[in-house]
Design a protein around this ligand. Structure first.
Ligand code: SER
Length: 323
């Protein structure tokens, strides 16, 4: 039986991951943890926890006899640029704390399986942008991307040196409608749906042809859990796997939204985030994820747009009703 700790459980990925893990393993076996007030997302347990407090992380792992940790607490690409030292400290030391705990426990015969998210932000302007291969030049330009690249090296190091069973995905931009994203460059692809639903013109901070790799949340959650359920001897990549969902530009997304909201309009006002987006790939080659653990994306652009609009409409209706 697995006992699963999710650190960063109130975030965009964490909140939906906790729900999915609870459905799979039972509420009693999932411990949601974050720095804010209690927020269970279906789990039976909540712990207020700062991942930088290594002693308390260890205590919680011991108390619940945890077998798997998802360490999701991080600052993203845009917020990271506003506070680079804070982003570096949280992103690196958060990961290092978990890796160290897993190393010690492995040596004590109590192995932990770890998940840590990498990102397309680990790539940079000299990375081949189209069908970016698993192994490529990586010269990230943001502190967030630098922390992801260094984190990938750490994961591989702790696996090869100490046999820590750590697994990772280079997430594309994740699109979802439940919890808001936390300060990323790809957030436009969520905000645009809220504008369309409200009948507003969306002021897009990226230019019309800025193509980026994206993935719809249900696919991102499925990828994460499938990777974590794969037998350890099939995981050949211990840095982080390329995982492709779909790729589109603001112009293409606008056209897709107009099929459902014909009057929807967008204006383009590129800002400092354009340079970040320009340094990232347009699309990813995920051959390794397909070969090693059978990954395939399920959700295309039309289904994503239809589902986002329907869910945002339903939740704004519910809000309206509650007001
Ligand atoms: N969605 C993230 C960001 O934009 C990329 O990992 O920062």
């Amino acid at each position: 039986m697995e006992r699963i700790l999710v650190i960063g459980a109130s975030g965009q990925i964490g909140s939906e991951l906790v729900e999915a893990l609870t459905a799979k393993h039972g509420a009693a076996n999932v411990i949601a943890a974050d720095i804010g007030p209690r927020s269970l997302h279906g789990a039976a347990n909540y712990e207020m926890l700062d991942v930088l407090d290594s002693n308390r992380v260890t205590q919680i792992i011991d108390r619940y006899r945890v077998t798997q940790v998802y360490q999701l607490a991080a600052l993203l690409s845009v917020t990271g640029e506003q506070a680079p030292l804070k982003a570096w400290t949280l992103n690196m030391n958060g990961l290092l704390n978990i890796l160290e705990i897993a190393r010690e426990r492995g040596q004590a015969g109590k192995p932990l399986r770890l998940f840590w998210p990498s990102s397309i932000a680990a790539f940079g302007p000299h990375t081949p942008a189209i069908d970016t291969p698993q192994l490529a030049v990586m010269d990230p330009t943001t502190i967030y991307g630098i922390s992801k690249q260094a984190g990938e090296r750490l994961c591989e190091y702790y696996f090869s040196k100490f046999n820590v069973d750590v697994r990772s995905i280079r997430y594309p931009g994740i699109i979802s409608h439940r919890s808001p994203p936390g300060g990323g460059t790809t957030d436009y692809a969520i905000a645009i749906f809220h504008a369309a639903q409200k009948g507003e013109i969306y002021p897009c901070y990226l230019g019309p042809d800025t193509t980026l790799p994206m993935i719809y949340m249900p696919d991102a959650i499925r990828a994460t859990i499938e990777l974590m359920e794969t037998p350890a001897d099939r995981i050949r990549i211990r840095s982080a796997y390329n995982v492709a969902g779909l790729s589109f530009s603001p112009r293409e997304l606008t056209q897709a939204i107009r099929q459902y909201v014909p009057e929807f309009d967008i204006s383009y006002q590129p800002d400092h985030r354009q340079a970040i987006a320009d340094s990232w790939p347009h699309s990813l080659d995920d051959t390794c994820a397909r070969a090693d653990w059978g990954w395939h994306a399920g959700i295309g652009l039309q289904q994503l747009v239809e589902d986002m609009l329907a869910n945002i409409k339903a939740s704004s209706g519910a809000l309206h009703h509650a007001a």
